[in-house]
Design a protein around this ligand. Structure first.
Ligand code: MLT
Ligand code: MN
Ligand code: ZN
Length: 295
C-alpha cells in the first residue's frame, strides 16, 4: 500500500487567506513550507488511486503530483473518492472533479445526503460519478485491490449544518474513520476525531499505519493565538498534547503514526519548535504536502 499526502493542513490551509499569524506569515515568505487542505491519496499498484477527501485545493494538489496526471486525452488515475465527513475542506474539491470523467464516490448515507441536498453538487454528474453509500462496518472495495471499511469516530455535523446547540462528540455516520487493507498491511485514516474512546482503541489495534487528526497542539490554541474564539473540543478535534491528547492516548499503539489535518496555528509547523520535537520524540511523523509513505 502506498500513500501520497495531497494536503497536510486542516481547513483553511497554511497560509490561510485571511490569517496573519506567525505560521501563515512564515509560509507566505517561504520560511516554512506551505500546506494545502486535508487530502490523502492511496494506491496498491501505483497506477490506480483512491482519494480520501476532496479538498478545495485538489486541482493544485493533482497538478503538483505527476502520478495524479491524466495518462491519455481524457483520463484520471483516480478511481474513487471517499468522504470522511461533510466539512467544506473535505467536499468542496468535488466541484473541481466535475468534467464528466467517471469515478466512484463513497460515503456514508448521511454524508452523501448532504451532497444530494445541495444542488451545486449535481454538477458532479451522478451518471458518471456513481455515489455509493457505505454502511458502517461493511467491507467494500475502494480499488480493485484495496478493501475498506468505515467506522464511527466522535465528531460533529459540518459547521454549515450546525444548529442552535451542537453536540461535538456524536458517534454515528457524520464523522467516520477508514480502515484500509491490501491483504498484507492495514492502515487507518482518521483526519477528524473529538476523543479517543475505548471503541476507537479497539478498532485501530491492528494498524500498521495510522493517519490521525493533528489539528491543534492544545485545546485553546486558537483563543491563545488570537485567531479564533473556539476550542478544539468545540470544533470536534482532540488536541495533540496533554493527558487526554492523542500522543498520550495512542502511546501504546505499535503502528507508524502520522499527524495529518494540521491547523495553521499549530506550533508543530515550525521546524525548530519544542512542540515539533516533542511529537517526533514520541514516535509520530508530521505530514507534509507531497509526503510519500509505502508499507
Ligand atoms: C474542521 O475540520 O473543523 C472543519 O474543516 C472546519 C471548517 O469547516 O472550516
Ligand atoms: Mn477540517
Ligand atoms: Zn494562520
Amino acid at each position: 500500500m502506498q500513500f501520497l499526502v495531497l494536503g497536510a493542513a486542516a481547513g483553511g490551509g497554511l497560509p490561510q487567506w485571511n490569517c496573519g499569524c506567525p505560521n501563515c506569515n512564515d509560509a507566505r515568505t517561504g520560511k516554512i513550507p506551505s500546506a494545502s487542505q486535508s487530502s490523502l491519496a492511496v494506491s496498491v499498484d501505483g497506477n490506480n488511486w483512491a482519494v480520501l477527501n476532496a479538498s478545495p485545493d485538489i486541482r493544485m494538489q493533482m497538478q503538483a503530483c505527476p502520478r495524479m496526471h491524466p495518462r491519455s486525452l481524457r483520463d484520471t488515475p483516480i478511481s474513487s473518492v471517499l468522504l470522511t465527513n461533510g466539512d467544506i475542506d473535505h467536499i468542496a474539491g468535488l466541484l473541481s472533479l466535475r468534467e464528466q470523467t467517471p469515478f466512484t464516490l463513497f460515503g456514508t448515507s448521511e454524508i452523501l445526503d448532504l451532497l444530494t441536498a445541495n444542488r451545486v453538487f449535481d454538477a458532479v454528474n451522478a451518471e458518471k460519478v456513481s455515489r455509493r453509500s457505505v454502511a458502517i462496518g461493511a467491507s467494500f472495495m475502494m480499488l480493485s485491490n484495496l478493501e475498506a471499511q468505515v467506522f464511527p469516530v466522535p465528531g460533529k455535523v459540518p459547521l454549515f449544518m450546525e444548529g442552535e446547540t451542537v453536540k461535538t462528540d456524536l458517534v454515528g455516520e457524520q464523522t467516520v474513520g477508514v480502515r484500509l487493507s491490501d491483504g498484507t498491511h492495514v492502515a487507518y485514516y482518521i483526519p477528524g476525531c473529538a476523543e479517543v474512546t475505548e471503541d476507537l482503541l479497539t478498532t485501530i489495534e491492528d494498524a500498521d499505519q495510522l493517519f490521525f487528526d493533528g489539528t491543534l497542539w492544545q485545546d485553546d490554541e486558537m483563543i491563545q493565538s488570537g485567531t479564533g474564539v473556539k476550542t478544539g473540543q468545540r470544533m470536534g478535534h482532540i488536541s495533540i498534547s496533554g493527558p487526554d491528547g492523542s500522543i498520550a492516548q495512542l502511546a501504546h499503539l505499535k503502528a507508524r503514526k502520522t499527524f495529518i489535518h494540521i491547523n495553521n496555528t499549530n506550533p508543530v509547523w515550525q521546524p525548530n519548535s519544542p512542540e515539533r520535537a516533542f511529537v517526533l520524540e514520541n514516535g509520530w511523523d508530521i505530514a507534509a504536502d507531497g509526503m510519500e509513505i509505502a508499507l
